[in-house]
Design a protein around this ligand. Structure first.
Ligand code: ADP
Length: 260
């Protein structure tokens, strides 16, 4: 303080400084623990497909050349696990970006057009029929188009995976926000799983999720996208009856106090 030619801090100021410092350390510690947990979960999740690949590769080395049936089974399994690992690493890279909010490329987007285009594209990827009803003619919002498309793809992809009945998208205008709902009449989510559904790597039924190629990261990415826009994502579900995911996005996204 002498060097800076400043008066020494008072007792109260020192106390306040100490408190601020402690809070900062707490936040850093919490973030560090979260990162550690993420790295440990990620390594665990990547180890499973690697073990399967290693197992089938060993089988191929020993007997593959002599047994054509085994060759086909092993190649299919290795391919499926490699695709899952690729998806998982791409999703982990998305979640590792700490600065999503400041990187939003905001522009005026018609949510109705975006929903129709995305569902048309999804219908081509999936073979089972889906119907998408959009009630409004045009709903303009200022959002990151690619990110909102990604959000719709995640929600539609889940709805299509866990339901064989028509899927519905509803868009509802509120005074200062827009609510997009993706509604399915599929298997539903048990009540005890609902509070964890947006957690990283969380899957209701691990065995079923493996069959469907799920990674347990889709909904945490969906939540991050909605959070970055200053919105909210919620779920309503009943086992055996279906699931509705609702994303509410503000019409004007606030970035560092400036509305865009
Ligand atoms: P995944 O890659 O496994 O789909 P998500 O994070 O997208 O990961 O979803 C987490 C889990 O939530 C899924 O494994 C599934 O058990 C459940 N889930 C998500 N959406 C639905 C839905 N529409 N119907 C039923 N269960 C769902």
């Amino acid at each position: 303080f002498k060097k800076l030619d400043l008066p020494p801090p008072s007792k109260d100021e020192l106390y306040l400084l100490g408190n601020t410092f402690n809070t900062m350390i707490d936040i850093l510690h919490q973030n560090f623990t979260k990162q550690q947990q993420f790295v440990s979960d990620a390594s665990h999740e990547l180890k499973t497909p690697l073990t399967v690949i290693e197992g089938y590769a060993t089988m191929l080395k020993r007997w593959g050349m002599k047994e054509p049936d085994m060759l086909e089974e092993a190649v299919d399994a290795i391919y499926a696990e490699a695709v899952r690992m690729k998806t998982m690493t791409q999703q982990m890279l998305m979640l590792a970006n700490p600065d999503e909010k400041s990187e939003l490329a905001l522009q005026e987007v018609d949510l109705v057009k975006l929903s129709e285009e995305t569902s048309k594209w999804m219908k081509r990827t999936y073979e089972h029929p889906i119907t998408v009803h959009v009630r409004e003619e045009q709903v303009l919002v200022c959002v990151d188009e690619q990110k909102i498309k990604q959000l719709l793809v995640i929600l539609l992809d889940n709805a299509l995976t866990y339901s064989s009945k028509p899927i519905q998208i509803e868009i509802e205008q509120q005074q200062r926000a827009v609510k997009i709902s993706v509604i399915d009449q599929g298997v539903g989510i048990p009540a005890e799983d609902l509070p964890h559904i947006f957690d990283r790597f969380y899957r209701v039924d691990k065995a079923r999720a493996r069959e469907t190629g799920g990674t347990g990261l889709g909904l945490s990415i969906a939540k991050r996208i909605v959070d970055a826009h200053g919105g909210e994502i919620n779920v309503l579900s009943e086992e055996g009856r279906g699931t509705t995911f609702m994303a509410t996005l503000p019409k004007e996204v606030q970035i560092s106090g400036v509305s865009q």
